[in-house]
Design a protein around this ligand. Structure first.
Ligand code: ZN
Length: 139
């Protein structure tokens, strides 16, 4: 089997009501979380990260404040898998390629995400029901 270098699973994100409660569940599975939690104010979210292997992380997303996409998601659907994130080498090029192929992106151009990354999202309507994040480490 060949692994793609142009699309690497970066994280699986789970929307949760409490970072502490959910972190405990995944620690019981054997994961170790970074002691640093991050607040992304522009997204109204607080995050906790644990490494699953050399590339992939588990990201817990908890609402920060009373608005924002995670707050809405939890109200509508409750806790659960929120999105998959793939790391790409050139997010601008990938966004353009996806748009040209008819995919609906949530942002006109990439925005600031957690962990010093530039990110964009592909609408679940375009992907068979899965919210997909694409991400590039900021240089
Ligand atoms: Zn994410």
């Amino acid at each position: 089997m060949k692994f793609s270098k142009d699309c690497i699973l970066d994280h699986v994100a789970i929307a949760v009501n409490s970072l502490d409660k959910s972190q405990k569940i995944w620690e019981d599975m054997g994961l170790t979380f970074s002691s640093e939690r991050e607040i992304v104010e522009s997204q109204g979210v607080q995050t906790a990260f644990a490494s699953m292997d050399e590339n992939a992380h588990l990201e817990l997303l908890c609402p920060y404040g009373e608005t924002g996409p995670i707050h809405k998601f939890l109200e509508k659907k409750g806790e659960g898998i929120h999105h998959l994130c793939f790391k790409v080498p050139d997010i601008e090029a990938k966004c353009k390629e996806l748009k040209d192929n008819g995919y609906i992106l949530l942002n006109e151009s990439p925005v600031e995400g957690a962990n010093n990354c530039l990110v964009n999202f592909i609408h679940p309507k375009s992907t068979g029901g899965v919210l997909v994040e694409i991400s590039q480490k900021r240089k």
